[in-house]
Design a protein. Structure first.
Length: 194
């Protein structure tokens, strides 16, 4: 959008703190760690990424994230090590319908310790409480049951399937469409006592 005549709820970019992770606005400071995470073949497979990225492309990308007024790109910083292990993103903002899309990736150094679950929950909470979204949607590939479990644990509900949405190593893979709504999130947070 980048229309300076209006105020964006995505600016300024906050830092979100959890017990396991801190979500910081993604910048060039995170580039070495995020470049390492992006180079993980498992990240490529789970996100369906066929492209490879040069250092210059990553520098341009992470150097421009703070200026975006229609999205939030967070580096997931492991509180234990102080290193970025992945990212979460709210993008595809539809201001009129108060909706956005969610995506994430976690490199090898961040897997299996609950970092992704907490980072997802922090991002969703930010989307509802700060941005004022009503709906956050995502697509996840069927060969990623760990992510599906995380999304369901956080409160996402399956809505449907995009059949054969990805061709990976000669095989067709379905994408599962999921979403979480503000009213369900608010009820969930209230039940948890937050």
């Amino acid at each position: 959008m980048n229309d300076n005549s209006r105020t964006s709820p995505f600016l300024p970019k906050p830092t979100l703190k959890g017990a396991l992770t801190t979500l910081e606005p993604a910048t060039l400071d995170h580039l070495p760690d995020l470049a390492e995470a992006v180079s993980d073949p498992e990240v490529d497979r789970l996100t369906g990424t066929h492209a490879t990225f040069t250092t210059g492309q990553l520098e341009k990308w992470y150097g421009s994230r703070a200026d975006q007024d229609d999205r939030a790109d967070f580096a997931i910083v492991d509180n234990e090590t102080g290193r970025a292990v992945g990212e979460t993103v709210l993008n595809g903002w539809d201001e009129d319908n108060r909706s956005a899309s969610f995506r994430t990736f976690i490199g090898a150094k961040g897997r299996g310790r609950g970092l992704g679950t907490e980072a997802t929950a922090l991002t969703v909470d930010y989307g509802f409480r700060t941005i004022g979204l009503n709906r956050i949607g995502l697509e996840v590939y069927a060969f990623n049951p760990r992510a599906i479990h995380v999304y369901e644990k956080v409160g996402f509900v399956r809505e449907g399937v995009l059949r054969q949405a990805l061709r990976w190593e000669g095989e067709w893979v379905d994408a599962i469409v999921m979403s979480v709504l503000s009213e369900a999130w608010t009820a969930r947070v209230t039940d948890m006592g937050s």
